[in-house]
Design a protein around this ligand. Sequence first.
Ligand code: SAH
Length: 234
Amino acid sequence: MTDTYRLKGLRQQLVRELKTKGIQDVRILQAFEEIPRHYFLDKAFAEWAYKDVPFPIEADQTISQPYTVAFQTQLLDIRKGDRVLEIGTGSGFQASVLAYIGARVYTIERQEKLFHQTKSLLEKIGFPQVRTLFGDGYEGAPRYAPYDKILITAGAQHIPQTLVEQLVPGGVMVIPLGNENEQIMKRYTKTENNTLFEESFDKFRFVPFLKGIQQVSGAPTKPVQTVNRLKVSL
Ligand code: SAH
């Protein structure tokens, strides 16, 4: 993992671009300036990390566009120490931004291979405090509930009730809601009497929020070759 002055320069340029697009939270801008986003992409595509576009990663998934990450994070209005559940770990970049600005992050990924890769990446690059979980995000993570904030980073067709239950009263859920082609960014605040207050924002396009998990297929194990060394006594 190497960082260079050139890549740092590209990061500063990206931060300027995010500002012009309406991201004002200085802690979020600082996270984008400090976290080497190219660590989350294949080495060959380092420069692409600093363009404001989504990019393909492992297992047919995408690392969300920088603006989208910044926008969702801004909607969450993170306070230091907030317990945040992220659905859809993906590359781990969003989780690292949340951790950088002071959240206690729990993040779930349904693809086992991606889960393992991202877990070790986050440990290696300085975010060992992020709790990475393998499972179906529709179930949330009741073991660590309740959460102050829940962030869904895949396109959902309905509000997952189980997740609402894992929010504290006054808690906030940010979720892109719509069909597979287009979603509206929504922010729901859970009121003291368990109803949801809804706010709607721009349109986005995420990979789908799928049911169930995807395990690493049981690849046939290679037969172990045994070599019999015969001691030949002359
Ligand atoms: N937050 C990610 C972007 C995620 S792309 C980042 O910063 O890179 C959406 C991710 O959600 C994909 O990795 C996809 O596998 C995952 N996902 C989709 N449905 C899920 C579910 N039910 N539970 C957990 N993860 C899910």
